[in-house]
Design a protein around this ligand. Structure first.
Ligand SMILES: [Zn+2]
Length: 363
């Protein structure tokens, strides 16, 4: 992800920290501490709590790996952690296991540290105190319990939302299960917002989270609906075959000319006739300012692009695009570049198909 710092790799999964997370960390230390020593304590405590978040996300990632699903990275954001799985398993039992694996880690951590507290005879009222009186361990316990409760709220994109969908999907079709689960999620979001405004007296953090949950739940529903309307179609049904490619040696100014002259926003980049990667509009505009108009395209090309095959199912292609946050992917046939698939095309085709299915349903 842009603006994130790589911390390292655990079990082959990149762990990254977003810059905003560092800023939030510094901000909290600066505004809540009484001195340098205290500030250091707060930073250490927060880092330990975020280690718990990483472990929670690793729980999801390692469970997904059991089903052959890779995780690109785990990112620490100020609102929590995100494990970016290549895709979600569609078998309800598998989704259930992956969704529960994260909260299960919190149960283990809370139990272990809780046992340590009981073992050392620490009184339960330390749970509410600071780290000076041995409260750091108590903080870890209460943090893990809070994280467990929060994640089990049955609302997308929280783990509880996925658990709810997985359980529903064992009895009713996947799309309908998603619709119900996302509506329940939006109901909870409204409840959070109301609590934030009326009960906790203008707690805007809670209202913000509610808004985020409301939008994410709606997005998940739309994504699953589009994906289902595409079932049975290959990538070739939606790809564009009239597109332009760039060569690594082309100047950026030439790429900008192409961008302005056509509706194409993302360009496959070739080297000696072979596909090398992609150059997106955003990367091009940003890079142009940094490198200047005469720099070669090769300097900005994105290399971590996995091309699609013409015969690949379209719903799988869509899933890969949304997981990797690519707006366009090159399409290959027998090792040759033959097309470009964009989110725009897929959306249009999805809308047309959904409309046609609704019409057929009415007729
Ligand atoms: Zn989780």
């Amino acid at each position: 992800m842009r603006w994130s710092i790589r911390l390292g790799t655990i079990a082959g999964i990149r762990i990254e920290m977003h810059v905003t997370f560092l800023l939030a960390l510094g901000g909290v230390a600066l505004f809540t501490s009484t001195g340098l020593k205290d500030a250091l304590h707060i930073v250490v405590a927060l880092l330990l709590l975020f280690a718990c978040v990483v472990l929670h996300e690793l729980g999801h990632a390692l469970a997904a790996r059991r089903y052959g699903i890779r995780t690109r990275e785990i990112i620490l954001l100020p609102i929590g952690g995100v494990a970016r799985l290549e895709r979600m398993p569609e078998k309800p039992v598998q989704e259930l296991v992956v969704a529960l694996a994260g909260p299960a880690v919190n149960v283990v951590l809370a139990t272990l540290f809780g046992a340590w507290l009981i073992g050392t005879g620490t009184k339960p009222d330390v749970l509410l105190e600071t780290w000076e009186s041995g409260g750091l361990v108590a903080n870890i316990v209460s943090f893990n319990l809070a994280m467990l409760l929060f994640n089990l709220v049955p609302a997308f994109p929280m783990d509880g939302g996925r658990v709810l969908r997985a359980v529903l999907a064992m009895f009713i079709p996947y799309v309908r299960a998603t619709r119900y689960a996302s509506l329940v999620g939006q109901g909870f979001a409204l409840l959070f917002a109301a609590l934030g405004i009326f009960v906790f007296k203008n707690n805007w953090a809670l209202v913000f989270i509610a808004l985020f949950v409301f939008v994410s739940a709606g997005e998940e529903r739309a994504l699953v609906q589009t994906r289902t309307s595409l079932t049975g179609l290959p990538v070739s049904a939606a790809m564009v075959t009239a597109f332009v490619s760039l060569e690594t040696r082309h100047e950026l100014a030439y790429a900008v000319d192409l961008l302005l002259a056509s509706e194409q926003q993302d360009f496959p980049v070739l080297e000696d006739g072979q596909l090398l990667g992609m150059l997106s509009r955003d990367d091009l505009l940003r890079g142009m300012g940094r490198e200047g108009p005469t720099a070669p395209v090769g300097r900005l090309v994105r290399l971590d692009v996995q091309p699609l095959e013409v015969s690949m199912p379209l719903d799988m292609a869509l899933q890969r695009m949304s997981a990797t946050r690519m707006n366009a992917l090159p399409v290959m046939a027998r090792g040759r570049l033959v097309g470009l698939l964009t989110l725009e095309n897929i959306r249009e085709l999805g809308l047309v198909r959904a409309a046609r299915q609704r019409h057929a349903g009415l007729a």
